[in-house]
Write a protein that binds this ligand. Structure first.
Ligand code: FAD
Length: 532
């Protein structure tokens, strides 16, 4: 009484394809290669198992055409029982289904018999979970309100015209298309009914057997939501495009205006929040003003622009070691950024920012100060923390519902250090993989395992040849840190085209100081906003 699978691979795979298996992300191709290396005796033994399964299938009376196909595939390459032991012990133990490979992974011909894993959010955590579950004996449904996976760490480069939106986003369907057991739904999730095991989206309801919730976070204005229009944050592509528009428009306005005070305000940029995003934005704006735009205007000198970074804590990059905070401060000051630590922004108006005792007249304000978890977490009905993160168990599940796991920026996981893990992509990715492994374990009747974060360090870039990197044992600053940052960000960018495109544009910008994406696009929504 068991399900099994048969894969359409050739015993005589050409040599080039075997080599290619090393490079392909698909687990199945790697398995093909692994199988080719098995000793002949082991393969023969496994062939016998498949033959037994085939005879049993005939017993159960499946169609003659399918038997012929199964027989042909099984004879050509007996793989099922060898490599899909997990599938044989699968969720629906009472079904007797054969699987037929349509692509590079095994795929049952009756998908409804498999447990349905729904992943909400195709960000870092959700996408990683989906990849881990690809080719497994489950149905995976990925739901996201956008049709692309966004590489948020490079958003500031879109906001400062160094990269185009498409360089840092990859269509989710394209990323997951090669795995036939994964489907993608474009929809905004409104709530989760954990008792009914249903998700409500704007259009419909979707049931699940297992749920991974990974809807991330938005910025928070500490109760001053009216500031959002005055000082956009940087969380989405729309945010980045809007910030780019405001930055470039400020220089255009300064070029035209005759009033000296208005010109100065237009050329003053205030960034609120001295974490990695604030530091990156401040450095990038200073570089644009000093180098990229330096020769483009006739009535203003863009290099005279003031970039002011305000931080409420006594030091920048509070999550980094002190020596790296000090180094980041020095590198920013070298770029001409004015840094005000220990200073809080207490009021924002169209005309400027009240920072401590000082009112700074400025046209463009950027918010990089706080985060709130996605509202979806609150609909689970389990405890959330002050910023809306779901309090999860050590195995990433929520209390009373082992079939629901919450990961990434949406989760408060405090079981390792007593403090919540930071909202960074490695946490989300590791948790995504772990959640997927837990689901496979539960399907096999095993207990979900506790999660443990492997912290490989953190980085923040400041500008050309300027960055800080905390690699746990080693602290790097300046050029070495910048090179590490460059390497890591290229490696983790999703999609071959994106990597090449970004690498090329960075190389171009490095040698020419030119930023190619200096487009001011009209934003009809923004036009309803107060002038910025
Ligand atoms: C500007 C910026 C710079 C950053 N820099 C770094 C860095 O240098 N290094 C680093 O490690 N981390 C960085 N981070 C943090 C990192 O990006 C996050 O920790 C990571 O994205 C969290 O992954 P996640 O899967 O939890 O959520 P996300 O990646 O945010 O994904 C959430 C997904 O859920 C979708 N979604 C949200 N709500 C709904 C809904 N209701 N219905 C359907 N779909 C929904 C969203 O569209 C999105 O695709 C940065 C973040 C920002 C904003």
């Amino acid at each position: 009484m068991r399900a099994t699978s048969v894969r359409s691979t050739s015993a005589a795979l050409p040599r080039w394809r075997l080599r290619f298996a090393f490079l392909d992300e698909s687990k199945c191709l790697r398995e093909e290669w692994a199988l080719k290396t098995l000793p002949r005796a082991v393969i023969l033994k496994r062939f016998a198992t498949d033959l037994r399964v085939l005879l049993r299938a005939i017993d159960f009376g499946i169609g003659a055409r399918k038997i012929a196909l199964v027989a042909r595939l099984t004879t050509v390459f007996p793989v099922s029982s060898a490599l899909h032991g997990r599938q044989r012990r699968g969720y629906n133990k009472s079904s007797h289904r054969f699987s037929f490979c349509e692509h590079s992974c095994a795929m049952e011909n009756t998908p409804t018999e498999k447990p349905n894993v729904v992943i909400v959010g195709a960000g870092f955590g959700g996408l990683e979970a989906a990849k881990k579950l690809a080719c497994e004996n489950v149905r995976v449904t990925v739901i996201d309100r956008t049709n692309y996976h966004l590489f948020q760490p490079l958003l500031y480069q879109v906001a400062t015209a160094a990269l185009s939106p498409a360089d840092i986003a990859a269509p989710v369907r394209a990323v997951l298309s090669k795995w036939k057991n994964v489907e993608v739904i474009l929809a905004e999730v409104q709530s989760v009914d954990v008792d009914a095991k249903k998700i409500k989206t704007t259009d419909t309801e979707i049931g699940y057997d297992f749920l991974i919730l990974a809807t991330g976070a938005r910025h928070s204005y500490f109760g001053h939501n009216e500031w959002e229009k005055l000082a956009p944050g940087l969380k989405s592509l729309e945010d980045a495009i809007e910030l780019r528009r405001r930055l470039l428009m400020a220089f255009e306005y300064a070029e035209k205006v005759t009033d000296e005070a208005a010109r100065k305000a237009a050329m003053t940029f205030v960034i609120i929040g001295g974490g990695p995003t604030g530091v990156e934005m401040a450095g990038a704006i200073a570089e644009i003003a000093r180098y990229t735009l330096a020769k483009d205007f006739r009535h203003i000198d863009p290099s005279e622009a003031r970039v002011i970074l305000i931080e409420g804590d006594p030091r920048l990059l509070a999550a980094f070691p002190e020596d790296l905070s000090a180094s980041a401060l020095k590198q920013l000051v070298d770029l001409g950024v004015e840094v005000r630590t220990g200073t809080r922004a207490t009021n924002l108006t169209v005309g400027g920012v009240q920072a401590g005792n000082e009112f700074i007249p400025c046209r463009v304000k950027i918010w990089a100060a706080g985060n709130n978890a996605s509202f979806v977490g609150k609909t689970l009905g389990t405890p959330v923390d002050r910023v809306g993160r779901v309090m999860i168990n050590g195995d990433l599940t929520i209390p009373g519902h082992p079939e629901v796991q919450v990961i990434g920026d949406l989760a408060n996981f405090s079981h390792q250090t007593g403090q919540p893990l930071p909202g960074v992509s490695p946490v989300a990715m590791q948790q995504g993989r772990h959640a997927a492994r837990n689901i496979l374990a539960m399907i096999e009747g095993r207990r979900p395992q506790h999660f443990r974060y492997w912290d490989k360090g953190s980085m923040a870039t400041i500008g050309r040849n300027k960055a800080v990197a905390d690699l746990n044992l080693v602290h790097l600053s300046g050029l070495p840190a910048w090179l590490v940052w460059l390497f890591v960000h290229i490696i983790f960018l999703v999609g071959f085209r994106n990597r090449l495109a970004v690498l090329f544009q960075w190389a171009w910008a490095y040698f020419t100081f030119n930023k190619g994406a200096r487009l001011i696009t009209r934003n009809f929504q923004a036009e309803q906003r107060p002038p910025a």
